[in-house]
Design a protein around this ligand. Structure first.
Ligand code: SF4
Ligand code: SF4
Ligand code: SF4
Length: 363
């Protein structure tokens, strides 16, 4: 059966003014924007492959000097265009009408805590003033919040702050989207930004407060094991659909299953058409077969809703593993970290020995 890719997160640039320590893009190659000719080719190819929806991301897509051309081209190609940014700063406001939805990532419950995470003084005020401009122009925004061990119980406070201190009308907010931080990019090899089981109760109570106080829709982009969340909160949750209807592509045309996986190892759309990659990649085939899901989960009545949570919540060299919080995963996190370190050390040693041999050949 063909798997149809309905939405592609297109990372048009790695550049971003912020320097979050858990940034999924990582540290390398963050200073230069890709040429527009490359982005244009990718957009045309996405249209050829019948992709209908694109989410422009980065880095910060609003820093991209040719954003206006990207948006106009996307509109002419018939894409439904969404954008996620940590500034929502648009030089040319006439392009706003071509964008269907705007999402802003708010990193903390005050200017100080946001700027601390972003490691960029003034980042919060800059973002808020741009949100206010959008709202004054009649647009509504999605608020994206990261649930981490530092923020899991103050997301309500973030919304309260937006409403009461920043005077952002709740009616101008389309939804609140909750994200988890995975150990990739700058957060590679650490679980310190990932939620623990004991955070889940307070997190969902905090979200319930947002829902009850502001009647806002809460959306989860990232999955959680259903069995760890009280049943009354199950309507918040959804399975990870990345690898089925959603996928991710970077400024070089490299494809990833998950929008927050910077390794882009499924293939390149200039070597193989996107739909072919999406339907023949051994990584995706393995992901969809679910053989990686623990035995107990395979028998679980909630499996189709849960799909064993977030497949990239654990430290892994692969693309999918049971959620780090899954009660049936055989992987103890400490032991796992050690194993991954051993694998990596092994790989480094192998690479070094290849390099030494190459050097010896040259001599
Ligand atoms: S996580 Fe987002 S805001 Fe933070 S540095 Fe990365 S791209 Fe920028
Ligand atoms: S693997 Fe799925 S649930 Fe996990 S971060 Fe990626 S999109 Fe979210
Ligand atoms: S599939 Fe596994 S992780 Fe998900 S609810 Fe069932 S037992 Fe829990």
């Amino acid at each position: 059966m063909t798997v149809k890719l309905e939405m592609v997160a297109f990372h048009i640039t790695p550049v971003c003014e912020n320097r979050c320590e858990y940034c999924y893009i990582g540290d390398t190659g963050r200073n230069a924007h890709p040429p527009y000719s490359k982005i244009e080719k990718i957009m045309n190819e996405l249209a050829n492959q019948d992709v209908k929806n694109i989410l422009l991301g980065g880095g910060n897509p609003c820093t991209y000097p040719h954003l206006e051309d990207v948006i106009k081209l996307g509109y002419n190609l018939g894409f439904n265009i969404d954008i996620i940014s940590n500034t929502l700063h648009f030089q040319n406001r006439t392009i706003l009408r071509y964008i269907s939805s705007f999402d802003a990532t708010i990193l903390g419950s005050s200017a100080k805590s946001h700027d601390n995470v972003a490691r960029n003084e003034g980042a919060y005020n800059h973002l808020i003033s741009n949100i206010q401009k959008l709202i004054n122009d009649g647009y509504r925004i999605g608020v994206v919040l990261n649930a981490t061990p530092k923020t899991y119980n103050n997301l309500f406070l973030t919304m309260k702050n937006l409403s009461e201190k920043e005077n952002i009308p709740i009616t101008s907010i389309r939804y609140v989207m909750i994200q988890r931080i995975i150990p990739q990019g700058r957060a590679s090899y650490t679980l310190k930004y990932g939620l623990k089981k004991e955070h889940l109760g307070p997190l969902f109570s905090d979200l319930e407060k947002i829902r009850q106080t502001y009647a806002l829709k809460i959306v989860f982009e990232d999955a959680f094991p259903f069995c760890l969340v009280e049943e009354r909160f199950h309507d918040y949750l959804s399975p990870c659909v990345w690898g089925y209807t959603k996928g991710s592509i970077n400024w070089n045309g490299d494809v990833s299953r998950c929008g927050a996986d910077p390794r882009f190892e499924l293939g390149n759309i200039f070597e193989k058409p996107l739909n072919e990659i999406w339907n023949t990649s051994p990584i995706l085939t393995s992901f969809r077969r679910k053989a990686w899901v623990p035995q107990e989960c395979r028998k679980c009545p909630l499996l189709e809703k849960c799909r064993c949570g977030c497949p990239l919540s654990n430290i892994t060299m692969g693309d999918h593993e049971p959620d780090i919080l899954c009660p049936y995963s055989a992987i103890c996190s400490d032991r796992h970290i050690k194993n991954v370190r051993l694998q990596i050390t092994d790989q480094i040693l192998k690479n070094e020995s290849i390099m030494i041999k190459d050097e010896q050949k040259k001599m």
